[in-house]
Design a protein around this ligand. Structure first.
Ligand code: 5AD
Ligand code: SF4
Length: 473
């Protein structure tokens, strides 16, 4: 049975003590750590915590595999392709370990939450020293220390340490090494209760659990005070935020509460399940000072029959109603989506329904995937007669439509002036800066790197399918 488990301050302090012990283990010369991340923003956010712990443990961070004394791979289980890629890359670390026998290899993330994958790593990936799941990130120092102690024992060959799989953890105040000084992830909840029939997430990330609003607000305030300009609230389905908390808050309430924090910044969020996106949400977004007028609203399919099979709890008409309502509140709304092509039993007619909906809604950007069976999910048991080649043809048609619409939408910006946040350097000339519109569209600019972190006006001079190009005004 699922139970929410809030990590106590005591438990967190204990982890800090483990950090000191790891530090003692690696004292004497600088040690370097590399964290490699696959998958979604939630994983990127978890990797920031892993890096935070590693720094507290005395490691310096590196991007150079050859230099690393510790490599942690944060994995994704959403599609088979990612899993294969991860296992290939983990296997290849054998070469690194041959050159550097002391190298510590840790594998974490959603893949390792599946017992079959843990078993496979135990049996066939002897290069791996430590396996842990997304619920154990909070106790990484303890696991790392155990790994070091096990190896240090005389006569003991490097043996795998695996965390006890747990679930339902909520942990506050963990250290974090953020990737950017401008953009920040702010995880507001974890897990998912929706059980879409194709999706592995509820099985690996566990049941939904929300952080307390006061903790989230405190973190948001710290971010704004530290100068972060672009804050993205993360959750598998942010629209069901607050369920199970005593505070009686929902997601729009939380958004309004965060919006009240004074400062010059943009608030974003993802992902929104269409069934739970409400008029109240659109209203709060429209009325807010900081909230980007952008919604990522995964459609998955435009066919009522397939949506039912997917267990999505909306149909085409309801989805279109929500889009129309959101656009009524925010005429400048940027809308993005996820779509799966080739769900088991999908016919060409179902696919045409998806394509027609896409042409009707005209998304600003789309993330499209060919269905990938995930063992343990209901869809993996459904008959799936359509060949991969046929699915690929549908996929290519969808991608063509997505690219055409995105190029047309981008072209409409040319000649206009938009407010952007300069968020980084590209390392390219002449467009050496990257920036985002409030709706999240990518803009390439030329300018002084000192402008990173500033909100400025840019005149859009050119566009492609993927980006806008502009001049600062
Ligand atoms: N196969 C293909 N795509 C999937 N997604 C989730 N599970 C699968 C799967 N089994 C896609 C959905 C989701 C996005 C994050 O990944 O579109 O919104
Ligand atoms: Fe997966 Fe559906 Fe939950 Fe999204 S809402 S994480 S697709 S189960």
């Amino acid at each position: 049975m699922y139970e929410r488990r809030e990590i106590t301050t005591q438990e967190r302090i204990q982890q800090q003590a483990y950090c000191e012990k790891v530090k003692a283990h690696i004292a004497g010369r600088p040690h370097y750590a590399l964290v490699d991340t696959y998958g979604c923003q939630q994983n990127e956010s978890d990797s920031e915590i892993l890096r935070g712990w590693l720094v507290q443990c005395g490691y310096e961070l590196t991007a150079d595999e050859d230099k690393a004394d510790l490599i942690a791979v944060n994995t994704c289980a959403v599609r088979e392709h990612a899993e294969k890629r991860v296992l290939g890359n983990v296997g290849a670390l054998g070469h690194n370990k041959a050159k550097k026998p002391d190298l510590i290899v840790c594998v974490g993330g959603c893949m390792t939450q599946q017992p079959t994958v843990r078993e496979r790593i135990r049996k066939s990936y002897r290069v791996v020293d430590l396996v842990f799941g997304p619920h154990e990130v909070w106790q990484f120092p303890e696991l790392l220390l155990k790994t070091m102690e096990r190896r240090g024992r005389r006569g003991s060959k490097s043996r795998l340490i695996a965390a006890e799989p747990s679930e339902g953890v909520v942990a506050e105040d963990l250290p974090r090494q953020r990737d950017s000084a401008v953009k920040a992830w702010l995880s507001i909840m974890n897990g998912c209760d929706n059980f879409c029939s194709y999706c592995i997430v509820p099985y690996v990330r566990g049941r939904e659990r929300s952080r307390h609003p006061a903790d989230i607000e405190a973190e948001a305030r710290q971010l704004v005070e530290a100068g972060y300009k672009d804050i993205t609230l993360l959750g598998q389905n942010v629209n069901s935020y607050g369920k199970g908390l005593d505070e009686g808050v929902d997601f729009p309430d939380l958004l309004a509460r965060l919006d009240a924090i004074p400062g010059d910044y943009v608030l974003r969020f993802m992902t929104s399940h269409p069934k739970d996106a409400t008029e109240k949400l659109f209203k709060v977004m429209a009325d807010s000072e900081h909230c980007a007028h952008h919604i990522h609203l995964p459609l998955q399919s435009g066919s009522d029959r397939i949506l039912k099979e997917m267990n999505r709890h909306y149909d085409r008409a309801k989805y279109l109603e929500k889009v129309a309502l959101a656009r009524r509140y925010m005429p400048d709304l940027v809308l993005t989506t996820d779509i799966i092509v080739g769900f088991p039993g999908e016919t060409e007619a179902d696919f045409e329904d998806t394509l027609s909906l896409v042409n009707e809604v005209r998304y600003d950007a789309m993330f499209t995937f060919i269905y990938s069976p995930r063992p343990g999910t209901p869809a993996a048991e459904m008959p799936d007669p359509v060949t991969r080649a046929e699915k690929q043809v549908w996929f290519d048609r969808l991608l063509d439509a997505a690219n055409r619409i995105s190029a047309e939408k981008h072209a409409a910006y040319v000649g206009g002036t938009v407010r952007v946040l300069v968020d980084g350097e590209t390392g390219q000339t002449p467009y050496n800066l990257s920036a985002r519109t409030k709706g999240g569209r990518l803009v390439h600019l030329a300018g002084d790197p000192a402008l990173v972190g500033k909100f400025l006006d840019a005149k859009i001079t050119d566009s492609t399918t993927w980006a806008l190009y502009g001049q600062l005004v």
